[in-house]
Write a protein that binds this ligand. Sequence first.
Ligand SMILES: Nc1nc2c(ncn2[C@@H]2O[C@H](COP(=O)(O)OP(=O)(O)OP(=O)(O)O)[C@@H](O)[C@H]2O)c(=O)[nH]1
Length: 231
Amino acid sequence: MAAGRSPVCVRKNSGPTRTIKVVVLGQSGVGKTAMAVRFVTKRFIGDYDPTLEAIYHHLTFVDDDPVQFEVLDTAGQEENSLALEQKIRWGDAFLIVYSINDICSFDEVMRIKFLINHTKGPNTPVTLVANKRDLELDRMVARLDGEKMADTLGCGFSEITTKESYIEVARVFEGLYGKCKELSSTKDIRWGSPKSSPKLSPRPHIRRVKNLLKSTTGKHLDVPSFGTNFC
Ligand SMILES: Nc1nc2c(ncn2[C@@H]2O[C@H](COP(=O)(O)OP(=O)(O)OP(=O)(O)O)[C@@H](O)[C@H]2O)c(=O)[nH]1
């Protein structure tokens, strides 16, 4: 480098930025918000407003590809299927999260995958995520059962601890991008295009995560409204 010049970070092969809309689904308390926030801020924060539902924006590189992640962190899925379908319609790719210490959250996985198949088709990129691996002593769902379930449902599988590992969380999101990329090159799936998903309109509340994002990363967050927009 010539003296006096500051270093410039240049990525090889970086083409146009792709946008991937990821919807994080799963029962209340499995760690959806923790995962989304961990991915975007690298930080683990213990407690969140359980009703929080938000879209996080995160621009990063995956294998030298510039990727704009839009992550919809949904509220727990104890709501009716229609409301859930509206959120599913928005996404390109999906994480279905359960907690290894909560058998009920595992029982919910099949219904969610069924709704994704019904709404977006069976070839949609989905990863089943077993969260809270650090709570081994309270384990109720064996890793093997998670893997079998993922096999049966035809989706990827990862067992992670959002609490203890940022890398594991990042790999889950990056893997989902990889799946989208692979599918788009071999099949006719559409993703990252403005027409692929309906627009969301913001809803004015939520402080904590918003402030955290702003203070730690300068990133911003949208609060979606799933009313009449989704038809
Ligand atoms: N031990 C442990 N706790 C975790 C982990 N991930 C999340 N938690 C905790 O689990 C609790 C629920 O996490 P949330 O992220 O609020 O869960 P959620 O799925 O978004 O819940 P809803 O917003 O109600 O749908 C919080 O107390 C988190 O700190 C993990 O990997 N290990």
